[in-house]
Write a protein that binds this ligand. Structure first.
Ligand SMILES: C[S@@+](CC[C@H](N)C(=O)[O-])C[C@H]1O[C@@H](n2cnc3c(N)ncnc32)[C@H](O)[C@@H]1O
Length: 214
């Protein structure tokens, strides 16, 4: 298990039923069952080859608590909680939009387009936790959200960086901001792209409100 996968397991709340959507190896759902954090786990993957990996990795003593479904997204599977990790943010949004039964809790880790994911969640979920972690030199957004009737109002900075990162910045988030600032400043030396300078301005605002780069 990597730091990223350990963090996903830690963030998944105790629940009756969990769906591991895009499970591939299935490590997250398997670890959840080992830790008794869910009564049952449905492993879902659009690829039969990936789903077979999860099936092979699943220890025999857990077989009465698991289901394996080869399909695109959640479909009409009804669970308390879904973890959707390691895929693009637009793919995650598409899965949420097509879910017949929106799960009460979501644990998401979009590989890109996290801003779009936050905007989508704000419509009918309350973001409870939204942090960046660094694992093996790569940065990952980890988002936990609960189904909610009221839309959530996010500022531009909250959409861009996540509420929890801004309220209580970790060393990993500060490292991300420093890395982004250096990268964008370097790009601006070679071109005068307003998109890049706009993004640098957001990064510098985040640096300022999180107490500067210590
Ligand atoms: C990179 S793996 C991530 C595996 C694991 N969730 C993780 O975070 O390490 C992405 C998996 O998502 C699956 N996938 C992509 N789009 C999907 C969809 N719409 N529905 C179900 N599975 C999907 C892929 O087949 C692949 O196995």
């Amino acid at each position: 298990m990597s730091k990223r996968l350990d963090k996903l397991v830690e963030l998944i709340p105790e629940c009756n039923s969990l769906a591991d959507v895009g499970c591939d190896h299935g490590y997250v759902g398997i670890e959840i069952l080992r830790q008794n954090k869910a009564d049952d786990v449905t492993f879902i993957d659009v690829s039969q080859l990936s789903l077979d990996k999860a099936r092979r990795n699943c220890p025999e003593e857990l077989t009465d608590k698991v289901g394996f479904v080869c399909q695109d997204g959640l479909g009409n599977i009804n669970v308390d909680c879904a973890v959707i990790a390691g895929m693009g943010g637009l793919e995650i949004i598409d899965i949420l939009d097509r879910a017949v039964f929106p799960p009460h809790m979501l644990v998401l880790q979009p590989n890109r387009n996290a801003v779009d994911v936050r905007r989508r969640l704000a419509r009918d979920y309350r973001i409870q936790y939204d942090r960046m972690i660094c694992d093996g030199g790569k940065f990952y957004n980890m988002i936990v959200a609960e189904l909610c009737n009221e839309p959530m109002q996010l500022t531009e900075l909250q959409e861009e960086f996540g509420i929890t990162n801004l309220l209580a910045p970790t060393e990993d988030f500060r490292l991300y901001l420093r890395t982004e600032q250096t990268k964008l400043t370097q790009i601006l030396k070679g071109c005068n792209d307003p998109k890049v300078s706009g993004r640098l301005s957001l990064v510098e605002q985040a640096i300022a409100i999180t107490g500067g780069l210590q």
